[in-house]
Design a protein. Structure first.
Length: 198
C-alpha cells in the first residue's frame, strides 16, 4: 500500500512540475493573455480538472509558477562555477554569468507576470514579496561570487547596479538578439566594477 501511495505522490509531483514548466513556457512564448488555464492544460496534455486539483485558480497557478521560476533562477545562479583567477577577469566572469543567468526564458515569463501585476493590485500584492525575496537572494549570490565587502555602502550600490544592468540587458534582449552589444556592455561594466572593487 505504501509503495502505491508513493507512486501516486510521484505522479502528482511530476504532473505539478509539468504544469509549472508549461505555464512558464506559455508565459514566455505566448504572453499573459494567452496563458489561460485551458491553453496551459492543452499545452501540458493535462485536463482542466487535473489542473484544478493542483491549483484552484489561474492566479494560484501563475503564482506557483512564479515561485518555481524564482527557484529555478536561483538554482541557475547557484550552479555558476566559482570564478577562477583574480582582478578584472574574475569580475568579468561573474558579471557575464549573472547577466546570462538573469535573462532568458525565465526572465521573459517573469516579465509577463510583472506587467500584469503592475495593472492588477491584487496580483501585485502577491508578486512583490516573491520578487523582493528573489532580489535579496540574487544579491547575496553576487556578493559571494565577487568576494565583495557588502558592508561598504558604495560596494553594495555597485552590486545593485550590476544586477539592475543585468535586468536591463535581459529586457533589451526580449525583442531582438542583443548579444553582441550586451557582450561589449558587460566587458565595459566589468572593467569599471573591478577598478571600484579594488
Amino acid at each position: 500500500m505504501t509503495e502505491l501511495a508513493g507512486t501516486k505522490q510521484d505522479r502528482s509531483r511530476a504532473t505539478r512540475r509539468r504544469l509549472l514548466e508549461t505555464t512558464i513556457r506559455s508565459l514566455a512564448q505566448h504572453g499573459w493573455e494567452a496563458s489561460t488555464v485551458g491553453f496551459i492544460a492543452a499545452e501540458a496534455g493535462i485536463s482542466r480538472g487535473a489542473i484544478q486539483h493542483h491549483f484552484r485558480t489561474r492566479e494560484a497557478l501563475i503564482l506557483a509558477a512564479l515561485e518555481f521560476m524564482f527557484e529555478e533562477r536561483a538554482a541557475l545562479l547557484d550552479a555558476l562555477p566559482e570564478p577562477a583567477g583574480t582582478g578584472p577577469e574574475r569580475v568579468h566572469a561573474v558579471v557575464a554569468g549573472l547577466v546570462e543567468t538573469i535573462g532568458g526564458e525565465l526572465f521573459r515569463a517573469a516579465l509577463q507576470v510583472w506587467t500584469a501585476a503592475a495593472a492588477d493590485p491584487t496580483l501585485r500584492v502577491a508578486v512583490v514579496p516573491l520578487e523582493k525575496r528573489f532580489a535579496r537572494g540574487v544579491h547575496r549570490r553576487a556578493v559571494r561570487l565577487l568576494g565583495a565587502d557588502d558592508t561598504d555602502p558604495e560596494v553594495r550600490a555597485l552590486i545593485q547596479a550590476t544586477l539592475d544592468l543585468a535586468r536591463g540587458l535581459a529586457l533589451a534582449d526580449v525583442l531582438t538578439d542583443d548579444s553582441r552589444r550586451r557582450a561589449r556592455v558587460v566587458r565595459a561594466w566589468s572593467s569599471r566594477l573591478a577598478d571600484a572593487l579594488n
